[in-house]
Design a protein around this ligand. Structure first.
Ligand SMILES: Cc1ncc(COP(=O)(O)O)c(C=O)c1O
Length: 383
């Protein structure tokens, strides 16, 4: 049976170009500017509630500050991008060998390098259609032939259809768990299905940017399962941006089933990409487990409040386990985002035309939750 293929995300039409930029590769001509971190004129960060980028609302652990200060005198030197002490620490906790671990300036940058080791122009990648839209940008940038498999009606990943979509030309299968923008994670059985039904000649890539939240919610540990149950190749990516409150530091890492795969990703990345602050900050964050526990617990509490609040307003929130919640608000998300922004609250909408009524809100501090729910009641006319 053919899998259900959904076009999913579609890039906005490009303007007709007069004087076509022939010096650019064909698919890179006429692209629009895109910067999700841009702040509009007059929007001072101090006054704005940032609930749009799935950041942590709290500063990092005080231990991180002390560690960063200690690095200052070494900033004249390039840092050792292999982060030897951090790699050894992660190796000890995960069982992944040091040569199989690599670092990048956030996992975002690693995603492209990871996909690039398997997929060049025309190479087939199988992926859910509903996933963090950066992936669509990567497939496009690489001119990969992406088979986008429709998610189930509730937004969850249809693992049976996903593995059925693997063909003779498939080089990589991508899953994100928990997924963005749904916030939903794969169950242990679903992960096992993906692990066992992805053939050994296909690289299985699991983005676990929200791993710590999934663990707190009792989810399966994709890495452990891959180590125990998969005979074929795999990569797991994780980040210090979310549960360790280090989004501005830019540090992500990938753990690979072999040094050969890790070296391929290293080559696609570059030298000198990891900041001198990164390793010291990450080690300090790992040295303060109480602080990251506070973050995931606080996140879970605010997530429950947001989900309940959305339901009380007649919206349909998704079953998120992460630091963000998406919901059908019954009217165009773009309008709700704009109305929130007028009230000093930044939230996101979904970049998928068929989900035009969906918004995504990242967890903030308790007072951010209050402000968001009050504003939404006002915007929806239910206050
Ligand atoms: C699924 C997913 N992967 C990766 C990232 C990137 O995280 P970072 O580049 O900060 O490590 C994000 C960010 O929101 C994400 O949602």
């Amino acid at each position: 049976m053919r899998p259900v293929i959904s076009p999913g995300w579609t890039r906005p039409a490009r303007p007709e170009m007069s004087g076509e930029a022939t010096y650019l590769r064909h698919h890179l001509r006429g692209l629009d500017n895109w910067n999700p971190t841009a702040t509009s004129a007059g929007e001072h960060l101090q006054q704005v509630r940032r609930m749009d980028l799935n950041e942590c609302p709290y500063p990092p652990s005080p231990k991180v500050q002390a560690a960063i200060e200690g690095v200052f005198a070494r900033l004249n030197r390039y840092a050792d991008g292999s982060c030897p002490e951090l790699a050894a620490r992660l190796s000890a906790t995960t069982g992944v060998r040091v040569p199989n671990i690599l670092f990048g300036p956030g996992s975002t940058q690693l995603l492209k390098c990871i996909i690039e080791i398997s997929a060049g122009p025309g190479d087939n990648v199988v992926s859910p259609s509903l996933l963090w839209h950066r992936f669509h940008g990567i497939y496009e940038a690489l001119e990969a032939d992406a088979t986008l498999v429709a998610n189930r009606p509730d937004g969850s990943i249809d693992v049976a259809q996903l593995t059925r979509a693997i063909g003779n030309r498939t080089r990589m299968l991508v899953v994100i768990t928990p997924n963005n923008p749904t916030g939903m994670m794969l169950s242990e059985d679903e992960l096992r299905h993906v692990i066992l039904q992805t053939p050994d000649n296909v690289l299985l890539f699991v983005d676990e940017a929200y791993h710590e939240f999934a663990m707190h919610a009792g989810g399966p540990d994709a890495l452990r399962m891959l180590q125990r149950e998969r005979s074929g190749p795999w990569i797991v990516s994780r980040t210090f941006s979310k549960a360790y409150a280090l989004a501005g530091l830019r540090l992500g890492y990938a753990m690979c089933s072999s040094p050969e795969i890790a070296n391929a990703v290293r080559l696609m990345s570059s030298t000198f990409v990891v900041s001198a602050f990164a390793e010291a900050a990450a080690l300090a964050a790992l040295d303060d487990p109480d602080y990251s526990t506070f973050i995931v617990e606080d996140t879970a509490r605010e997530r429950s409040r947001i989900i309940e609040g959305l339901r009380a307003l007649g919206c349909e929130p998704m079953n998120s386990v992460t630091n963000f919640v998406s919901a059908d608000v019954g009217r165009p998300g773009i309008d709700v985002v704009a109305a929130m922004r007028e009230r000093g609250i930044r939230i996101a909408r979904w970049a998928y035309p068929e989900y035009g009524n969906y918004i995504r809100v990242s967890m903030g501090a308790p007072e951010d939750t209050d402000a968001f729910l009050d504003a939404l009641a006002e915007i929806l006319g239910t206050s």
